[in-house]
Design a protein around this ligand. Structure first.
Ligand SMILES: [Zn+2]
Length: 331
């Protein structure tokens, strides 16, 4: 991977070109030369002005010219350095600034030499980089956020985020922030995701949060952020509601559970009871509700799923003596 700062990635900038050169094995044109004082003789193992040792000194290429400048430099109107160079033999020369692997400024640089290009192609071939099957499809559609709903109050200990899969996206940058303008220091979640949902367990009660998503793929990272979503955590936690006196055990037989296949769970109760069995979506909506008379011992309960969307749900059991919830994922 090659990463450069945004300031190095301007249309007229050549830093990315230089760093990609390194990525494909290119050395600097000045090779091992360093701390050169203009007008002094170069060392014996530095590239000579006449190129006689070009294959074994400098960058090892013979169509790039000698260069001893290992600090940034500006070229003159002829594209040459104003720093008078002398090689080991006393030959005088001026390095050329066109080479992307020199330290000449951006406006001096043009293109790689033929030998450099051939060497980079060889490197790409040897690493299998010429047979990439990366999708270059741009991401055009906007993100449609589905949970939590705008302005919703959620439990604080578990908040489920979801949005529709965006065409051509293979991943998403996901952010939750305390501020509506997404100030970096107030980020509370910042993830690169390969799925179009996320569950946060790290939010605090009675707090307003803002969240957004940016879709991307291997070759396209320019999609806009989604609109900002907002929600507030309440002072209630899902985990605190798990007190149902009659319940000894609950076993979910399929979790995650495929949509189309029934949710199927076994209850063991220590006394007969009337239970309200509900399935609740992550945005708090009851999508299924049934009263069940449960006798002492074991009972199997099933809920159809064909009408439901993928996501996180809660199986909720309520009696006069409390409530119990279990998370279940539908996919
Ligand atoms: Zn470099």
């Amino acid at each position: 991977m090659v990463v450069v700062g945004q300031g190095c990635w301007l249309p007229e900038g050549t830093t990315m070109m230089h760093e990609l050169g390194h990525f494909f094995t290119m050395p600097h044109t000045f090779g091992n030369a360093s701390s050169y004082e203009c007008g002094e003789n170069g060392l014996f193992n530095w590239e000579r002005a006449d190129g006689s040792n070009c294959a074994t000194s400098g960058d090892g290429f013979c169509d790039t010219g000698a260069d001893y400048l290992s600090g940034r430099w500006t070229c003159n109107s002829n594209g040459l350095s104003n720093c008078l160079h002398k090689d080991f033999d006393g030959e005088i020369f001026s390095p050329e600034g066109w080479n992307p692997m020199s330290y000449a400024n951006d406006d001096c640089v043009t293109v790689f030499s033929d030998e450099q290009t051939a060497a980079m192609k060889m490197d790409m071939d040897s690493r299998g980089l010429t047979n990439l099957t990366v999708s270059f499809d741009p991401i055009i559609e906007e993100v449609n956020k589905t949970a939590p709903l705008a302005g919703e109050t959620t439990p604080f200990d578990l908040v489920y985020f979801a949005w529709d899969a965006v065409p051509n996206a293979t991943g998403y940058i996901f952010e939750v922030n305390r501020t509506p303008i997404f100030v970096p220091t107030f980020r509370v979640e910042n993830e690169l995701l390969l799925t179009n949902d996320f569950t946060s367990y790290s939010l605090t009660p009675n707090t307003t949060y803002y969240w957004r998503v940016r879709p991307l793929n291997e070759a396209y990272t320019c999609a806009d952020w989604s609109d900002s979503g907002t929600f507030t955590t309440g002072d209630f936690a899902l985990s605190n509601e798990n007190i149902l006196e009659e319940l000894d055990a609950i076993i979910l037989n399929n979790n995650p559970n495929k949509i189309g296949e029934t949710i199927n769970f076994d209850l063991t109760v220590n006394q007969s009871t009337d239970l309200l069995v509900r399935l609740i979506s992550s945005d708090g909506k009851t999508v299924y509700e049934q009263n069940e008379k449960v006798n002492l011992g074991n009972q199997n309960i099933q809920i159809a799923t064909d009408y439901l969307a993928p996501g996180l749900y809660f199986i909720s059991l309520t009696s006069g003596k409390g409530q119990h919830q279990e998370k279940i994922i539908l996919f």
